[in-house]
Design a protein around this ligand. Sequence first.
Ligand code: C5P
Length: 398
Amino acid sequence: MQRLVNKRILLGVTGGIAAYKSADLVRRLQDTGAEVRVVMTQGASEFITPLTMQALSGYPVHTDLLDPRAEAAMGHIELARWADLVLIAPASANFLARLAHGHGNDLLATLCLATGAPIAVAPAMNQQMWADPATRKNQLILQEKGIHIFGPGDGGQACGEIGPGRMLEPLDIIHQAAEVFDYDLMTGKHVVITAGPTREPIDPVRYLTNKSSGKMGFSLAQAAAEAGARVTLIAGPVALDTPNRVKRIDVVRAEEMYQASIQAVEQGCDIFISTAAVADYRPTVTADHKIKKSTEEIHLTLIKNPDIIAAVALHEKRPFTVGFAAETQDVIEYAQGKLKNKKLDMIATNDVSGSDVGFNSDNNALTVIWPGGHKVLPLASKTQIAKQLIELIAIRQS
Ligand code: C5P
């Protein structure tokens, strides 16, 4: 089931009494961590209302191929591209026939033609219809096309007959859907990443901050999500788009980042990566009103911010904890000290004395250190470096 975390499932519902079970299927799929969008055929809407499916999935249900409003929001080609799996449950005899023969005469059939994602069907029909030679033939064609066929189950049917043709129960469908996906490096892991600078207010219009762009943390979030992880990104004020499939929590001050991080650790996470350039100090008091320039000198008293990563590493639900260290001299020596003092599992360190790596740059070069070993990741784009670091973390954490 962990394989369904973050996966995008396009659930197609066709006309059949088993359509009522699709409502439960939506919920249970969401419970696994999958994202679900629903497409219904006209026949399905006779058995269960699009409104029910909309309320359960939390997203508009798509029903028409030629609906200009729906096309403007998320058109059929976009939906087809969005999906990691198109799952049709229940799949009626009519739909199996249309799918086998490549019809594009409604939204769901068209989506199946347009998608590059795997397709799975959970047939549901009267046992005689399932046994009919035409349906048998369609089943073979679908199998040849590489379409996954889940079930059907055997037993009592809504029509009073007994035999094969029942739609599998939602949990069985989910188990089989999970099998469609491979295990990735971080499948089933919850990764929490802090990124960007923090902003420590002096008065309502002024603050202390630093040059961090957040690019490294955002690249890591993307790489972890692509490696199958559920990712929470705790971001300071940065001008970056949230990577796909990543949950973002925006914070401003170091104390807010601390609260969000500890809460995430308490809720349970496997890996914590701290790329944020947390302000070491904050003004002891924040003025309620804009400070006036009346005197030649003003004195700002600063107080130390909490060390977020050190607190995470000491937490009783301690995850695998990875820090970053940007240094301008004696890089490795300082990083080794931080690894030990902050009780980290790993530290990624870079020399920010030049302008080609680190803060604000699109590139980075890291030396990754852990107790008893190290690895150099030579200069590359932050996207590339992030992939390599995620791979290294996955190997050392498991
Ligand atoms: O001590 P220094 O700031 O150099 O340590 C760097 C590491 O510690 C980074 O991973 C950074 O995100 C983290 N850190 C933190 N909370 C702070 C200061 C740094 O989590 N208050």
